[in-house]
Write a protein that binds this ligand. Structure first.
Ligand code: SF4
Length: 268
């Protein structure tokens, strides 16, 4: 199989919140969305960025350097993954591809997933916004054991306002995956006053009840730890004064999803 190249901005080892077991998470660079609460703003731009004076504390060859992101081959990534593979295997963990939006680099993603399967029989998880053509999803779906699929806002106008894009393609894609019985866990960012409104929760519950096979949702509470990164990147941070949702609030939302029969986890 030929090597393909792509752009990543981090490889996180011993990850505990990106799927089952202990995992290696590979962060692809580039995302077509621009969510107000994104905690990886360094993953938005699809190209490596040279930013003077910034030190990113990543466990990658670029740490202590002022370049965010690097061009790599799938073989480069596989070599890094293999170094610690024994730990992941023993915990029933595997590989998670996150970002940014991995589906923005379909050939690289497809090739890396296939090599992970062929070379180390890794269990594979794709953390995605679902914003891609169906052809792109079709290209990779058989090599994905678990989709961690973000659903943020059901109302399309609200979705456009807070993420910059329509949710039509996102919803169509997940409904098709669900009908094909792929393994999917919903990830729902709990953003006070934006996604946690009664209206959005009610619409989301109604939509979830119509799904065939999806029965689990993870609530991802808002936090502002990425704020400093926005300033360093020269980007506006739109949620300046927003506070993390309280435990009580998260429990109320959690109960709502449990009432409709969903397994709920708070956190990734
Ligand atoms: S989809 Fe994810 S990576 Fe992309 S902007 Fe939204 S939160 Fe950030």
């Amino acid at each position: 199989m030929n090597n393909t190249t792509g752009v990543i901005f981090n490889i996180k080892k011993y990850a505990l919140h990106d799927g089952p077991g202990i995992r290696t998470t590979v962060f692809f660079k580039g995302c077509p969305l621009n969510c107000w609460w994104c905690h990886n703003p360094e993953g938005l731009n699809p190209k490596p960025e040279c930013i003077q004076g910034i030190t990113w504390n990543y466990s990658s060859p670029n740490s202590q350097h002022d370049t965010i992101g690097r061009v790599v081959t799938d073989e480069d990534v596989l070599t890094e993954i293999k170094r610690d593979w024994i730990f992941y295997e023993q915990s029933n963990g595997g590989i998670t591809i996150s970002g940014g939006e991995p589906l923005m680099q379909p050939e690289f993603l497809s090739s890396l997933l296939k090599k992970c399967k062929l070379s180390i029989e890794a269990s594979t998880t794709l953390d995605t916004s679902g914003y891609a053509s169906w052809d792109t999803i079709e290209m990779v779906k058989e090599d994905v054991d678990l989709f961690l699929y973000d659903i943020k806002l059901i109302n399309n106008n609200e979705h456009r306002k807070y993420t910059g894009v329509s949710n039509t393609q996102i919803i169509n894609n997940i409904e098709t995956l669900d009908n094909q019985t792929h393994n999917i866990i919903i990830r729902f960012p709990v953003i006070p006053g934006i996604t946690d409104t009664p209206s959005n929760i009610n619409q989301l519950c109604k939509w979830l009840q119509e799904r065939s096979t999806i029965n689990e949702i993870h609530l991802l509470p808002y936090h502002n730890i990425a704020k400093a990164k926005y300033y360093k990147l020269g980007l506006d941070y739109q949620l300046e004064d927003l506070e993390t949702p309280s435990v009580e609030k998260l429990n109320v939302i959690s109960s709502r999803f449990k009432e409709i029969g969903f397994k709920v986890k708070i956190g990734g």
